[in-house]
Structure formats: C-alpha cells, structure tokens
Design a protein around this ligand. Structure first.
Ligand code: LHQ
Length: 266
C-alpha cells in the first residue's frame, strides 16, 4: 500500500499499521485531502494480509478537531450549497463503513481533543485507548448541527441513551478518565505511557487469531441489529468458519502442550 501521503503518516511494525492524521496546525481537522487519504489508507489496509491490527491516531497535541470549519465556510457556505452537506457526509460514511467491515481490529488512540466528526470517527473504531489529557467533544450542537459520522448510532450504544443525549446536546468536554468510566473508551492511561500502552495493546491484537477476530467483529456488529434467534444462527455460521482455522487448531494444540499459542492469523 502507498505510504507517502500529504496529510497522513503511515508506519507498519510487526503487524500493526499506524495511521496518523497529520494536520497538527489545525488539530488534524478534516479537509478534503485528509479525508480522501484516510479513506484510501483504511481501504488498502483491509486488503493487506501483513496488517493484523490498525491504529488511527493524530499528530501533535490532539486526535482531531472534526470538519475543517474554514474549508467548510469557503466551500459549502460561500457557494450557498448547504443542501449538499449530506452528499459531503457520504465521504465520511465511506470511512465509517470501511472501519466497520474491516476484518481485523481497528483501535483509535486518542490524546488531546477529539471533537465533532473526529470524535465520532474514534467511536466507529472497534476499541479506543485514551491518554489522560483526552477531551471528547460532541461539538456539533455548539454550531447548531446534529452528530454525524455515525455518532447517532455509536454514541448511545456505547454510553447509553441518556448520556448520549447529554453529550450531544450540551456538547461539554468529556475527559479521558470520565470516558473510561462511562464506557466511551476501553482504557485511559497517563499521557507519559500513552504511546507504549497503545503499542502493547495493538501488538497483542496483531498477534491474535486475526481471522477469528474478523468473525468476532462480524458477530458483534450483526448482533446490534438482531434478535436472539438471528444472533444464535449467525454465531453458528461464524463458529463453523472459526472451527476450520489454523489458529483454532494451534490454540487447542498449545493448550494440550501447555505452551503459549502462536497464532498466524489464518
Ligand atoms: C480548526 C478547527 C476546525 C479549522 C481547531 N477547523 N480549524 C459538519 C458539517 C458538514 C460536514 C461534515 O461534518 C461536519 C462535522 C463536524 O465535525 S462539525 C464540528 C467541527 N468541529 C468543531 O466545531 C470544533 C471547532 N474547534 C474547537 O471548538 C476548538 O478548536 C477545540 C475545542 C477543538 C480545541 O480548542 P483549543 O484546544 O483551545 O484549540 P484552538 O481552538 O486554539 O485551536 C488550535 C488551532 O486549530 C486554531 O488555529 P489558530 O490559527 O488560531 O492557531 C483553530 O482555529 C484551529 N482549529 N479546530 N474544526
């Protein structure tokens, strides 16, 4: 996959692909180029078998400040084409969908601000690790907008209905520690440990049974929309596939031989 981008930094290490959004002068706010490049990198990662875990993070002092409002004012607002915002949003939806159907784990590593659609990009990821300086802001209502980028879907499912409405309506900052408490992130760590903790978390996932992780992800995602009967049927379908993987055989062999399993992701 391409590794040289205008607004992304790409690093691959031991099965972990780290995608760093890199417009630190505007807190990694999304312009057209950053959005297109992020889409390309995520879609390419899905097809690359050497990638077994993806980390999305931000350069500088923040994760991201949402849509670049200057770029928005110059384009949609100044041309009077505000009715077309939903068309613009489809580009973000492509990223959200790419993360959801990615057959391997995607982690958002959030330090500093994650506001607006950048916050919701983090919510679309499978898991989130935050530094203790993180500030999650559903900033939309501050500028008279509704949460987009899948926020209306992921936020209530992560934190519950009432908290989601509070975050979306009041648009107050939620700290990393509070985000951990309410289930918005999987864990919050001191900023000094953020990089090493993210690496350890991602490496552990990258050394896991990747094919099975893809099935787990599909099972969980589909269960959000299913009744019990359907979910149990899907569970059976997924287990039929998992049962045939080399990693299942390796896991059982490792257990019987009283040694750690070495998963290849197949
Ligand atoms: C920015 C931005 C930014 C440009 C900081 N744009 N420059 C909506 C509509 C349509 C289609 C698609 O999607 C969306 C979705 C959305 O995401 S709507 C929500 C958009 N985001 C926001 O409303 C957040 C705006 N930013 C802020 O409220 C603050 O900057 C936060 C709270 C994020 C951070 O505050 P501070 O830590 O105090 O940093 P700062 O405000 O000083 O920002 C640093 C620089 O970054 C500054 O530039 P400057 O030249 O003055 O140093 C800001 O202008 C720039 N920046 N966010 N979204």
């Amino acid at each position: 996959m391409r590794t040289a981008f205008q607004h992304l930094l790409i690093a691959e290490d031991d099965g972990v692909l780290t995608i760093t959004m890199n417009r630190p002068e505007v807190l990694n706010a999304f312009n057209e180029i950053l959005l297109a490049e992020l889409t390309e990198a995520i879609e390419a990662a899905a097809l690359d078998d050497t990638v077994r875990c993806i980390v999305i993070t931000g350069a500088g002092r923040s994760f991201g400040a949402g849509q670049d409002l200057k770029a928005l004012a110059e384009s949609v607002h100044s041309t009077g084409a505000s009715g077309k915002v939903s068309e613009h949003l489809q580009k973000y939806h492509r990223v959200v969908n790419a993360i959801r159907i990615m057959p391997k784990p995607v982690i958002a590593a959030v330090q500093g601000v994650a506001a607006g659609i950048s916050c919701n990009l983090a919510l679309a990821c499978d898991m989130r690790i935050a530094a203790d300086n993180a500030r999650f802001i559903e900033a939309f209502a501050r500028i008279g907008l509704v949460p987009d980028g899948g926020g209306g879907y992921f936020l209530p499912r992560l934190v519950g209905f009432g908290k989601a409405l509070e975050m979306a309506m009041l648009a107050d900052e939620v700290s990393g520690a509070e985000a951990e408490r309410i289930g918005l992130v999987n864990k919050c760590v001191p900023l000094a440990e953020f990089e090493s903790a993210t690496k350890a978390f991602a490496k552990r996932l990258a050394h896991g049974p990747t094919r099975t992780y893809g099935l787990i992800k599909e099972l969980m995602n589909k269960s959000l929309e299913s009744d019990l009967e359907t979910s149990l049927r899907i569970e059976g379908e997924m287990q039929d596939i998992a049962f045939e993987t080399a990693d299942h055989r390796e896991g059982v062999a490792a257990f019987l031989q009283k040694r750690p399993a070495v998963f290849t992701g197949r």
